[in-house]
Design a protein around this ligand. Structure first.
Ligand code: HEC
Length: 96
């Protein structure tokens, strides 16, 4: 039982470390192609100057938004809810 708790604790620590790194990595593979490596904008608009806050970005990634162009007409299906939180937090950190 004790060992089980130790393993569980180790996993929790490891997964929170992974979480911290994931934002940049996920952004790099899922978003940078359109929004630029630093969020400066490319095919898609700059995210450094977006007026959206973290919750609004998370909502856009989860549900999409009416009137938005592809790929944001609907949510990005390949993202889990955790990844949406991680990426949207990272995107806010890119703001100037
Ligand atoms: C295929 C290109 C493409 C990809 C991939 C993409 N976007 Fe976008 N994004 C766009 C375009 C184009 C718009 C503008 C849509 C509009 O306003 O109609 C946009 C708009 C946005 C906006 C709204 C900006 C604002 O100020 O209104 C946010 C936030 C955003 N994208 C975040 C992301 C994130 C985070 C990812 C990665 C998970 C991502 N996008 C992936 C092309 C892309």
């Amino acid at each position: 039982m004790k060992r089980y708790i130790m393993i569980l604790a180790a996993c929790t620590v490891l997964s929170s470390l992974a979480w911290a790194q994931d934002g940049a990595a996920l952004y790099g593979t899922k978003c940078a192609g359109c929004h630029g490596a630093a969020g400066q904008g490319k095919i898609g608009p700059s995210l450094q100057t977006t007026s959206l806050n973290q919750q609004q970005i998370a909502a856009l990634l989860t549900n999409g938004a009416a009137g938005k162009k592809a790929p944001h007409t609907k949510g990005i299906a390949s993202l889990t809810p955790d990844q949406v939180t991680t990426i949207s937090t990272y995107v806010v950190s890119l703001k100037k």
